[in-house]
Design a protein around this ligand. Structure first.
Ligand SMILES: C[S@@+](CC[C@H](N)C(=O)[O-])C[C@H]1O[C@@H](n2cnc3c(N)ncnc32)[C@H](O)[C@@H]1O
Length: 305
């Protein structure tokens, strides 16, 4: 099955239902991407403040959502969602923000994943840099990480963030290339060749470097730390808001992300600070999977505050 190169928002209907969008209320879309979820909130009459730390996502959004921005229905901000409180406080200086919901749709967009220039792709050309920064202002690219991390540290990253069983062997093979030709590690192709040498070719649908790339992406963008910082902040902002029946929604794509969400949601529900709306995570329907196989690992959890 060929995959679309345009990002398709996952669990869209479910997200809109759980957000229970109220007309004229504000919603924070913490991960704007190509704006699929923001668009759906706007269509329901909600007002959207959207963040993304990828400059390209912001620029495309400014173009595609010109009208909503001009009519003050959408405010787009290039910012890491771990700083969402500062963004809201800043906007609240000039407007009354009755925040009724916050949505996180973690991970990467299809455009980030499939552009060989961004360094997330398996199909690397000879000179494609192993970059993987979603936020172009970050200082360290994935290739730099391969060079600065010790074999032991790299093993840990690959095992913990990627669940890669051959983490140690891959880290060892990277270590050997680092000694012989360190500069080659700045290129995606070198890493693909190393992983293919260690693991062999494609097994079934998964590319052998899938877990390695996931692990490096998480490390480069400090993804789990950002989530851990943002969840309590988002929750407190909603607690403080005057709106009624506020919602906090998270869509996770791998175990590491989902574990943080599950744990945080359970803690607030156990303390009677919120009501857990999804006892079990919501996953994509067969219908959605037919049109968007990338939704396969998506898990939606929702909290009412
Ligand atoms: C899965 S995509 C979101 C797709 C979006 N819901 C849509 O329908 O188009 C995730 C987006 O979140 C952004 N992102 C990931 N971590 C972020 C962070 N800590 N702060 C801000 N944006 C982040 C990525 O750059 C990416 O564009």
């Amino acid at each position: 099955m060929s995959l679309s190169k345009k990002h398709q928002p996952v669990l869209l209907e479910e997200t809109v239902n759980y957000l229970a969008v109220k007309k004229g209320h504000y919603y924070l879309d913490a991960t704007f991407g190509r704006g699929g979820h923001s668009q759906a909130i706007l269509e329901q009459g909600g007002l959207v403040i959207a963040l993304d730390f990828d400059q390209e996502a912001i620029e495309v959004g400014q173009e595609n959502f010109k009208e909503a921005i001009a009519h003050n229905k959408l405010t787009l901000v290039k910012e890491n969602f771990k700083n969402l409180e500062a963004v809201i406080n800043n906007l609240a200086k000039t407007q009354d923000i009755n925040l009724a919901g916050i949505l996180f749709d973690f991970g990467t967009s299809t455009e980030q994943l499939t552009s060989s220039k961004r360094g997330f792709s398996f199909n690397a050309q000879d000179n494609d840099i192993l970059d993987m920064r979603m936020d172009q202002d970050l200082g360290v690219k994935a290739g730099d990480l391969l060079i600065v991390l010790s074999e032991k540290q790299l093993t840990q990253v690959l095992a913990e963030y990627g669940g890669e069983r051959q983490a140690r062997q891959i880290a060892k093979a990277v270590g050997k290339v680092k000694r012989d030709q360190p500069d080659s590690l700045h290129y995606s192709k070198t890493l693909m060749q190393i992983v293919e040498r260690v693991k062999g070719g494609r097994l079934g649908k998964l590319h052998p470097a899938t877990k390695t790339l996931q692990a490096l992406r998480i490390a480069v963008n400090d993804e789990l730390n950002n989530i851990e910082l943002a969840l309590p902040t988002a929750f407190e902002l909603l607690q403080k808001s005057d709106a009624i029946d506020k919602r906090l929604l998270c869509i996770a794509f791998h175990e590491g992300e989902d574990r943080l969400v599950k744990r945080f949601f359970k803690k607030t529900a156990d303390q009677n600070l919120a009501k857990l709306l999804t006892k079990k995570a919501i996953t994509a329907s067969e219908e959605e999977l037919k049109n968007n196989p990338r939704a396969r690992s998506a898990k939606l959890r929702a909290l009412a505050i």
